[in-house]
Design a protein around this ligand. Structure first.
Ligand SMILES: Nc1ncnc2c1ncn2[C@@H]1O[C@H](COP(=O)(O)OP(=O)(O)OP(=O)(O)O)[C@@H](O)[C@H]1O
Length: 369
């Protein structure tokens, strides 16, 4: 199937996310780059007067649906190097079905982490550990920012992580399921894509926290190492069974705290022998001792025990990124500088607090954005 599309239309009320100014622009969509559950994503340019802007990734979703997407609301307030940036937005009536669609024009990155992982899988090569570290660090940094704002992404998975393999830059995208969680208020548990769902979601918790994203991050790190999803269960029970094979059975306190009404199986008899450490080492040992240590602090049943993003950033797994400022991009033979990893804003400096000395050994790197 060809991805080439050639659609042109005039959008009357294109609003700039930065200046809030509204203008009429010509929209030229020329390549379809994604298709999701709720809409399509195309590569496009916008004609502002006689200047072509872009390329952008324009995500188009029906404007009036029962499903409540907070994507626009969230992207309007976020501003972080590891979170996809919204440039323009507008609504437009589709001539083909007469429905009104919301259009979000975002900065465009060349690939998803899913595609990047698949590339390594099909060429039977491990993803270099340095790349895994660069990507993991940036996901955790983006999450630190989002979680500090109270925003839970709720759909962390490799196809929602965009990367530029040449520069190593990474950005979290798809805020279609994201929500600002309010403490003590319930949220639906049927969010997050299978394979990446935290155990508390699987057993039906409605009072979960941003730590569900940390579980997703653990699954993504493991997937970069294994080049396939770590917990592949075709239904929630099989999913829990896969998790139990690595972590052992969940304890009763975790289940009670997550959902006291849960009556499903708990796999209380261990499905594998050996200690949890031995199983992590056997399955994820390619990430080295420090990688195994980090994963054991992230893939934890009890959400409150899971490492927070700032603790993840200060983990020794990333120590070589703090001393060596280079990496070799996929397909390249000479090194390139690491993407900016330590250019923390004042907001991030406040969130990191006393952990800063463990994150950047050299304070000179700190500069306000
Ligand atoms: N800013 C972007 N730059 C490049 N590609 C993008 C961008 N945003 C989205 N895409 C591509 O479009 C795909 C779908 O985007 P997105 O996940 O936001 O839509 P969705 O409808 O919520 O999809 P899903 O149901 O799969 O989660 C992504 O996996 C990616 O391949």
């Amino acid at each position: 199937m060809s991805n080439v599309t050639n659609t042109e239309f005039i959008a009357n009320d294109v609003q700039s996310n930065q200046t809030n100014k509204i203008k009429q622009m010509l929209v030229k969509e020329y390549k379809k780059i994604g298709e999701g559950a709720f809409g399509t994503v195309s590569q496009a340019k916008l004609l502002d007067g006689d200047i072509w802007l872009g390329p952008y990734a324009i995500k188009k979703v029906p404007a009036q649906t029962e499903y409540k997407s907070r994507e626009l609301e969230i992207l309007r307030v976020t501003n972080h190097p590891n979170v996809i940036k919204l440039e323009y937005f507008f609504t437009h009536k589709s001539p083909s079905d007469g429905k009104i669609y919301q259009h979000l024009a975002m900065e465009c990155l060349p690939e998803t982490l899913q595609l990047e992982i698949r590339r390594y899988y099909s060429s039977a090569i491990d993803m270099p550990l340095k790349h895994i570290k660069i990507y993991t660090y940036q996901i955790a940094r983006g999450m630190m920012y989002l979680h500090a704002l109270g925003i839970c992404h709720r759909d962390i998975k490799p196809s929602n992580i965009l990367v530029d393999p040449t520069s190593g830059v990474l950005k979290i995208c798809d805020f279609g399921s994201a929500k600002k969680l309010e403490p003590k208020l319930p949220s639906v548990s049927y969010i997050c894509s299978r394979y990446y769902r935290a155990p508390e979601l699987i057993i039906g918790s409605q009072f979960y926290s941003t730590q569900i994203d940390i579980w997703g991050l653990g699954c993504v790190i493991a997937e970069m190492i294994l080049r396939k999803p770590i917990f592949q269960g075709d239904d929630p029970i099989l999913q829990l069974r896969e998790i139990s094979k690595l972590l052992g059975p969940p304890d009763k306190r975790f289940v009670f705290n997550a959902n006291p009404k849960y009556t499903g199986p708990l796999f209380s008899r261990p499905l594998f022998s050996g200690s949890v450490l031995q199983r992590f080492e056997k399955i994820l040992g390619a990430s080295g001792d420090k990688g195994v240590d980090l994963l054991m602090k992230v893939l934890v049943y009890e959400p409150t025990q899971r490492y927070s993003p700032r603790r993840i950033l200060s983990h020794p797994f990333f120590d070589d990124l703090r001393v060596d400022g280079q990496f070799i991009p996929r397909g390249a033979t000479s090194p390139a500088p690491l993407p900016a990893l330590f250019n923390f804003s004042n907001f991030e400096v406040d969130v990191i607090g006393e952990l800063m000395s463990g994150i950047i050994p050299d304070k000179q790197h700190v500069q306000a954005q």
